[in-house]
Ligand binder design. Structure first.
Ligand code: MN
Length: 496
């Protein structure tokens, strides 16, 4: 069977990066783009080149260094924007300019208090008009965005169906969806679009995006992958995707790590509990026949079924082998660093799980040049004592010491770090999670700091959560200092 292809257009790096607080460095964007290529997305929207020099450079680097997918750049419908996008995309083998205009009549008509069917009719009329014009002008993919996340699946499906049936020349174009999640409908709307003939979905990993975000890539993909029957009943030959679903989990983890946006445990597909069947009747059913309650297997999204455990006696070779099996491509030096860190952790924690290895590698690889190194940390806290911390931080070839008290041990440690470095970025967000279950679990701290309107995410792992927290803060400070040396302006945001 060869079905109609549904094109996956990933906008994690453009719309997703517009999420408040998610700011990625150019090298982090490049790393995500490489993972998106491994996942098999058809199109990567790399940025909005005209909006800032950093956006231009990120788009150009991805165009130059990520083979496979088509690389797209966003541009408003003006020659300046389009020229800039064209220049940034020049090195790509396959490139696309994504341009947009507001079909403002739709906006205005929604504000008039009409009955839903009247509104739908007016919306269809306005979109049809705009669509006929752009088809005449030679557009090949037509995106029908619901930028404000207002529409319901039935309505959205109707709009796509009417465009398919009524607009001359539409049979030569691909209709694309771009749905926002303000009412939690982004995935449902996108799939209603596909059911009615749309053949491209714009989406973002983990549903990132402005406000409540975009349609989640992993959900639209698994929706189509799990229910091909539903889409087949509309188009005789069914629909097909290019995606290697086994890369979904890794992609989701990487994006979460780099943006500092944690994934809620009950998140569909990639949440920690997404495959945890606990209710007795379910467990009984699964033991008898897996497909009774498990509509997808964890292996499909790349969660390994086996729970291979490594320990302090694991050799360099065995460790490198496991990393490879988990899909990490490390060079010799990176493997060596990761192995040293692994041994430190295996010393404190008898069993090292796959998730721990992923956390170690993410910590070791995503390093910026260390201006500040945390050399020593001592914290005293307890009932009836004032939490105090002392630190030694090395920079400019000297050891700088400081001590401070705080509301709690982490607060005291952060105050001491601020004193020692002489820097006091605003702490916007702090979170800690256990990488695996059990009392010996590795703690991973994630912090977001703000400096002059720019945000930086830092991470640290340790079996000691106070140490993990201190490392995360110093990591964020190192990223902030590294970025100060590369001048960049605040990006203009697109309203799409
Ligand atoms: Mn958008």
């Amino acid at each position: 069977m060869s079905g109609q292809k549904v094109v996956i257009f990933d906008t994690t790096l453009r719309d997703g990066e517009q999420s408040p607080g998610a700011s990625l460095s150019i090298s982090e964007k490049l790393e995500i783009a490489q993972q998106l290529a491994a996942l098999g997305v058809d199109i990567i929207e790399a940025g909005f080149p005209v909006s800032s020099p950093a956006q231009f450079e990120a788009t150009r680097l991805i165009a130059e260094q990520v083979p496979g997918p088509t690389i797209a750049g966003l541009a408003r419908a003006s020659t300046g924007d389009i020229d800039s996008a064209g220049k940034a995309l020049a090195p790509a083998a396959k490139k696309r300019i994504h341009t947009f205009i507001a079909t403002s009549p739709v906006h205005m008509q929604y504000k008039l208090k009409k009955k839903p069917d009247q509104v739908l009719e007016m919306a269809v009329k306005a979109v049809k008009h705009a669509v006929s014009l752009v088809i005449e002008a030679g557009a090949t993919t037509l995106n029908i965005p619901d930028t404000v996340g207002y529409i319901m699946p039935y309505e959205y499906g109707q709009i796509i169906a009417k465009l398919k049936s009524d607009v001359p020349g539409i049979e030569n174009c691909i209709i694309s969806t771009h749905c926002h999640n303000d009412l939690g409908m982004a995935v449902a709307n996108s799939l209603a679009g596909v059911r009615n003939g749309a053949r491209q979905i714009e989406c973002a990993v983990n549903g990132l995006g402005e406000r409540a975000g975009n349609a989640a890539l992993e959900e639209v993909v698994m929706g189509i992958h799990t229910r091909p029957d539903f889409f087949s009943s509309y188009s005789e030959s069914g629909v097909e995707l290019n995606i290697n679903t086994k890369e979904l989990f890794r992609t989701s983890q990487l994006v979460s790590q780099l943006t500092g946006f944690l994934i809620q445990p009950n998140k569909a597909i990639v949440g920690a509990n997404a495959f945890a069947h606990e209710a007795g009747i379910h467990v009984d059913g699964i033991l008898k026949e897996r497909s009774t309650y498990e509509i997808m297997t964890p292996e499909t999204i790349g969660l390994s079924g086996s729970r291979m455990v490594l320990g302090r006696h694991t050799g360099r070779h065995g460790f490198a082998d496991r990393c490879k099996q988990l899909g990490f491509k490390l060079d010799e030096q990176e493997t060596e660093h990761a192995y040293e860190r692994f041994l430190e952790i295996a010393d404190k924690k008898k069993e090292v799980f796959d998730e721990d290895i992923a956390a170690i590698i993410n910590e070791e690889i995503h390093v910026v040049e260390h201006t500040y190194d945390l050399q020593y940390l001592h914290v005293a806290s307890g009932t009836g004592t004032l939490p105090t911390a002392s630190v030694k931080i090395v920079f400019e070839d000297k050891v700088h010491q400081a001590a401070a008290c705080g509301d709690g041990p982490v607060d005291a440690a952060y105050e001491a770090i601020r004193e020692a470095t002489g820097l006091s970025p605003k702490l916007e967000n702090y979170s800690i999670r256990a990488v695996t279950g059990g009392k010996e679990a590795l703690g991973e701290a994630t912090v977001r700091i703000a400096d002059d309107g720019k945000k930086f995410v830092g991470r640290g792992i340790s079996t000691d959560i106070i140490e993990a927290s201190a490392k995360a803060y110093v990591d964020a400070i190192n990223r902030m200092v590294a970025a100060r040396n590369t001048k960049s302006e605040t990006d203009v945001k697109a309203t799409l």
